[in-house]
Design a protein around this ligand. Structure first.
Ligand code: SF4
Ligand code: SF4
Length: 87
């Protein structure tokens, strides 16, 4: 399982989640080359340890545990994973 970033992050990208993640698995972080162009931030499902720290840190409630992602945003499970698959 993993946590997933969904639609409310689009255009917000304040990176509060990046600051609290203990394993640095949320990208692109501020300062990384594709931060400005990224539509939202993404959680690496291979590295996330399911600690849950990022969920309450998000000001727009964009982060959900994978099984709790609302139906209309289920596509974001793949969108998060695909960001890392391209690397
Ligand atoms: S659940 Fe924990 S490890 Fe996973 S992205 Fe959030 S803060 Fe990072
Ligand atoms: S805290 Fe929420 S809005 Fe901010 S970058 Fe992370 S997921 Fe996006």
């Amino acid at each position: 399982m993993t946590y997933v970033i969904t639609q409310p992050c689009v255009g917000v990208k304040d990176a509060s989640c990046v600051d609290v993640c203990p394993v640095d698995c949320i990208h692109p972080a501020q300062g990384e080359s594709d931060f400005e162009s990224a539509e939202l931030l993404y959680i690496n499902p291979e590295e996330c340890i399911d600690c849950g720290a990022c969920e309450p840190a998000c000001p727009v409630s964009a982060i959900f545990e994978e099984s709790a992602v609302p139906a209309q945003w289920k596509e974001y499970i793949k969108i998060n994973a695909d960001y890392y698959a391209e690397k």
